[in-house]
Design a protein around this ligand. Structure first.
Ligand code: G6P
Length: 363
C-alpha cells in the first residue's frame, strides 16, 4: 500500500496533488478546436436540443458536484435542480421525455443513486450518468454515460473526483445551453482560456499554500464554518463535509446569506469562518463574513491576492484570478488541503475514516 502512495503519506494527499492531471484528462478532447464548442463523445451537435429541464441526482460529495452543475445550468439559462438521490423517491419533481436526469456518482454503484436513476428511467426521463468507472452499474443502466477520467481514487474522502465531476458538469452545462439555444453560449468564449489554465493554476496552489499553517493556527477551535455564494455555496458545503469526514471535528457549510438567519447564534471566537469568494456578489459575502468577525470569529478569506477581503480577513488562502465558473474549484483545493492538514495534526486515519465507506451499496 505504501508503494501506491509514492512520496505522499496518504492517498488523499496524493489524490489532491493529482488534480492538475485529472482535470486535464477531464477536459482533453472535449473542446472542438475548430469552433471552440463543447464536444462530447457519443453526442452529436444538437443532441440536447429537446431537453427542457435537467435534474441531477447524487449523494455525498457527488451531490455537491451535482449542485455545482445545477447552478452552472441555471446560470447558463437551463432550468435545473439538484436532488439528493436518497430523497428522490419522496421528492422528485415530475419528469417526461424532455427531462434529462443526470446521476452523478464517482463509483457508479451507490444504491441510493441507482434507485433514483431507475425511478427516473421508469417514469420516462432521458437518463445520463457522470461517473468515474467505465462498466459500472450506473454507466450500464443509464441511457448515456460521460466519464470523468479521474483515475482510481483510493482515499475514502473524495477529492479529485469532485473537481473532475464539477468540471465535467460545467462543460455539459455549456453544451446543453448551446444546444437549447442553437448557437454557442456567450459565456463559453470567456471560460475556455481559464479552463485551459486551471491545471497549472492548481499546480501553483499546491506548491505554495498556507493551508498547513492555517490548519495549525485554528486547530483548537470548537467548530468550523464554511460560507460561499452562488458556485461558492456547493464548495462551502464540500469544504465542511471534507473537514468533518476526516478530522471528526464539527464543521458546517452555509450559503453566505444564510449565516444571519440562524447559524450566527453559534458564532464565537472559537468558530473560524472560511469564506469562499468566487466573484459572484463578493461584496455581500464579505459583509456576511464581517458579521461573523464582529462576533469574534476569525475569518479566513479564500480569494485572489488583490481582493478586498484580504484586508478585512484574519487569514488568507490565495487563489489565482479566474472565471467565476471555476474560482470555487480553485478554492476547493485550498479547503481540501486545510482538512487534510487539520486531520493530520489530529493523527486521524485519513484514508479510512471511521464509519465511512468509499461506496455505499445499501439503501
Ligand atoms: C460514500 C462516500 C462519499 C461519496 C458518496 C457517493 O458515502 O464515502 O465520499 O461521495 O458515497 O458516492 P458516489 O460513488 O456515488 O459518488
Amino acid at each position: 500500500e505504501q508503494a501506491g502512495k509514492g512520496e505522499y503519506d496518504h492517498f488523499m494527499l496524493k489524490e489532491i496533488h493529482e488534480q492538475p492531471t485529472s482535470l486535464a484528462q477531464a477536459i482533453e478532447g472535449r473542446i472542438d478546436p475548430e469552433n471552440g464548442r463543447i464536444a462530447l463523445d457519443g453526442f452529436e451537435p444538437g443532441a440536447f436540443e429537446e431537453i427542457d429541464s435537467v435534474q441531477l441526482i447524487a449523494c455525498g460529495t457527488s451531490y455537491h458536484a451535482a449542485l455545482y452543475g445545477s447552478l452552472a445550468l441555471n446560470q447558463a439559462g437551463v432550468e435545473s435542480t439538484a436532488l439528493l438521490a436518497n430523497e428522490y423517491s419522496v421528492a422528485a419533481p415530475p419528469v417526461d421525455e424532455d427531462t434529462l436526469v443526470i446521476a452523478v456518482t464517482q463509483s457508479g454503484e451507490t444504491a441510493d443513486t441507482l434507485n433514483a436513476l431507475r425511478q427516473a428511467k421508469s417514469e420516462g426521463a432521458d437518463t445520463l450518468t457522470v461517473t468515474n468507472v467505465v462498466g459500472s452499474t450506473a454507466a450500464r443502466e443509464a441511457d448515456d454515460a460521460l466519464f470523468i477520467r479521474a483515475g482510481p481514487e483510493i482515499g475514502v474522502a473524495a477529492t479529485k473526483t469532485f473537481s473532475s465531476q464539477a468540471v465535467m458538469l460545467t462543460l455539459l452545462a455549456q453544451r446543453i445551453a448551446d444546444d437549447a439555444a442553437g448557437e454557442p453560449a456567450a459565456d463559453l468564449e470567456a471560460l475556455l482560456p481559464d479552463l485551459a489554465a486551471m491545471p497549472e493554476q492548481i499546480e501553483g496552489i499546491l506548491a505554495d499554500s498556507d493551508a498547513e499553517w492555517i490548519a495549525s493556527r485554528y486547530q483548537d477551535s470548537r467548530s468550523y464554518f464554511f460560507i460561499g455564494r452562488g458556485l461558492g455555496y456547493p464548495v462551502a458545503l464540500e469544504g465542511a463535509l471534507k473537514f468533518k469526514e476526516i478530522t471528526y471535528e464539527h464543521a458546517e457549510g452555509f450559503a453566505s446569506g444564510e449565516l444571519k438567519h440562524g447559524p450566527l447564534a453559534l458564532v464565537t471566537p472559537e468558530t473560524p469562518v472560511f469564506a469562499v469568494f468566487t466573484g459572484e456578489e463578493d461584496e455581500k459575502t464579505l459583509k456576511n463574513a464581517e458579521e461573523a468577525q464582529t462576533r469574534g470569529a476569525p475569518v479566513v478569506a479564500v480569494c485572489p491576492d488583490d481582493h478586498r477581503a484580504v484586508e478585512v480577513a484574519d487569514a488568507h488562502l490565495e487563489i489565482p484570478e479566474t472565471d467565476p465558473d471555476l474560482a470555487g474549484l480553485l478554492a476547493n483545493v485550498q479547503l481540501q488541503l486545510v482538512s487534510y492538514y487539520a486531520a493530520d495534526l489530529l493523527d486521524r486515519p485519513i484514508d479510512k475514516p471511521r464509519n465511512l465507506a468509499k461506496s455505499v451499496t445499501v439503501e
